[in-house]
Design a protein around this ligand. Structure first.
Ligand SMILES: NC(=O)c1ccc[n+]([C@@H]2O[C@H](COP(=O)([O-])OP(=O)(O)OC[C@H]3O[C@@H](n4cnc5c(N)ncnc54)[C@H](O)[C@@H]3O)[C@@H](O)[C@H]2O)c1
Ligand SMILES: [Zn+2]
Length: 420
């Protein structure tokens, strides 16, 4: 007989997403009030270390000084430990471990303790990296996120995960660490390049498809406005999409994903692989749009989804401006296997347990399967090429899925760093 000691450890989190504008205007007390709330009766100002996405700072050169002036105005509550630190944004920052070490070094040098704040302001990639550094320094310091892209405001930034890529695998090193708070400031969306304004739409389509048919109808109604980046329509999409994500995290019973199922990763098994194949020239949200199109066609071919629903979904994605084919989807690896199909095993390994893929039976009706028919998946990939291939050939010479030279270059460098 074994002896054992067992206790239930219960920890509850309050996961808060605030929506605002002009976060660093002196009449906006949201950040100040949050920091006071965390002060736990201490009269001393709370230390804050700001890490800002460099591309955001280029688009908003006023931002670092606005932050400094804000902290100065509330110096009794907030102690800015150094000028805001600019850090490269985009996927490249997730491909490099030294970025984490640098933030940890700054946490140490600025004497950030478990009651101080690391505040990340930037896209989903930068926030994933900063979140991991904050979660690991001192075993976790308080972390406030300001997501500044559509995708990070409606999905990645409002979640409880962080991570970086390693060994050629997306999000291989990371943790579950709910942030102290998330502040979605819509003003940041204004300076985004068109591709990044659009990219976050696919996560909204995704969550509508698996959870909320009314939201899907709403997206169809707003599609023309969204296609031209009407701010009101974008705000409405971001708010509802964020709410659905947060609701899932809070009520699914598995916020830290101990099980094998991950419904919010609908359309993601192929997307993650496509991002890697294209060395991140295809943005996460763009890859998710293609991944959704693939899984929707697959669902139809398997007899789960009606043809009319399948076409409605593909039409919505197209009218939002997404390209639904990229040649990378038919890439073959050194064993002459289709790289995307071979990636299914990697996806299973990342989730753990048995392969669990979310498909849909109808709009708003996600369900799970544990096997994928590789032949049907291949036929679905070929159908994407047949239906959307020629359009995207011409679009690629334009702006839509144009490789980002800097991203590809950095990703290549990161691969060679990892290999060396
Ligand atoms: N943690 C999670 O749960 C989770 C979930 C989904 C996605 N993700 C991750 O999120 C990342 C994608 O995030 P993303 O779509 O925000 O892309 P991103 O972070 O790569 O940002 C896109 C580009 O916009 C720049 N930028 C950011 N804000 C700007 C602004 N306001 N004005 C001008 N430029 C700005 C960035 O520097 C970058 O070049 C991926 O790494 C993906 O894996 C994480
Ligand atoms: Zn995603």
């Amino acid at each position: 007989m074994h002896k054992s000691i067992q206790e239930e450890i219960k920890v509850s989190y309050r996961h808060r997403i605030f929506f605002t504008r002009g976060s660093f205007m002196k009449d906006n007390l949201l950040l100040r009030d949050l920091m006071i709330e965390g002060a736990q009766n201490s009269p001393l100002p709370k230390k804050a270390l700001f890490i800002i996405d460099e591309n955001l700072a280029s688009a908003r050169p006023d931002l670092p000084s606005s932050i400094e002036q804000y902290c100065q105005a509330f110096h009794q509550e907030i102690e800015l430990t150094s000028s805001p630190v600019l850090t490269p944004g985009g996927e490249a920052v997730k491909n490099s471990y030294p970025a984490i070490t640098r933030i940890q070094e700054l946490i140490e040098q600025n004497k950030i303790c478990r009651h101080s704040y690391v505040i990340g302001v930037g896209g989903g990639a930068l926030l994933d990296m900063v979140g991991l550094a904050a979660a690991t320094a001192h075993r976790g310091v308080r972390h406030i996120r300001f997501p500044t892209t559509t995708l990070s405001q409606d999905d990645s930034g409002v979640g409880v995960k962080n991570g970086i890529n390693a060994f050629g695998k997306k999000n291989f090193i990371g943790s579950f660490a709910p942030p102290f708070a998330v502040i979605n400031d819509f003003d940041f969306i204004r300076t985004l390049p068109v591709r990044d304004k659009r990219a976050g739409y696919s996560e909204a389509v995704k969550v509508a498809l698996i959870r909320d048919s009314d939201f899907f109808l709403e997206l169809e109604k707003m599609a023309d406005q969204l296609a031209v980046f009407n701010e009101e329509a974008m705000e409405s999409l971001i708010h509802r999409c964020a709410a659905l994500h947060v609701r899932h995290i809070a009520t699914s019973g598995d916020p830290f994903e101990f099980g094998s199922a991950r419904p919010l990763d609908f359309g993601h098994w192929a997307a993650h692989k496509l991002e890697q194949i294209t060395q991140y020239a295809v943005r996460h949200g763009e890859a998710v749009a293609i991944g959704i199109a693939l899984d929707v066609i697959y669902s139809r071919r398997m007899g789960y989804l009606q043809e009319s629903d399948c076409n409605r979904i593909l039409n919505l994605l197209e009218s939002l401006g997404f390209e639904l084919f990229h040649p990378g989807i038919l890439d073959r690896n050194h064993n002459d296997e289709y790289t995307v199909l071979a990636g299914l095993e990697e996806f299973r390994e990342h989730l753990g347990g048995i392969l669990t893929i979310t498909l849909i039976r109808g709009i708003g009706d996600g369900f799970e399967v544990n096997t994928m028919d590789q032949e049907v998946a291949l036929q679905s990939m070929l159908e994407l090429k047949e239906r959307f291939g020629s359009e995207s050939e011409s679009a690629r010479s334009g702006q839509n899925i144009e490789p980002s030279a800097q991203n590809s270059l950095n990703a290549k460098n990161a691969v060679s760093t990892l290999n060396s």
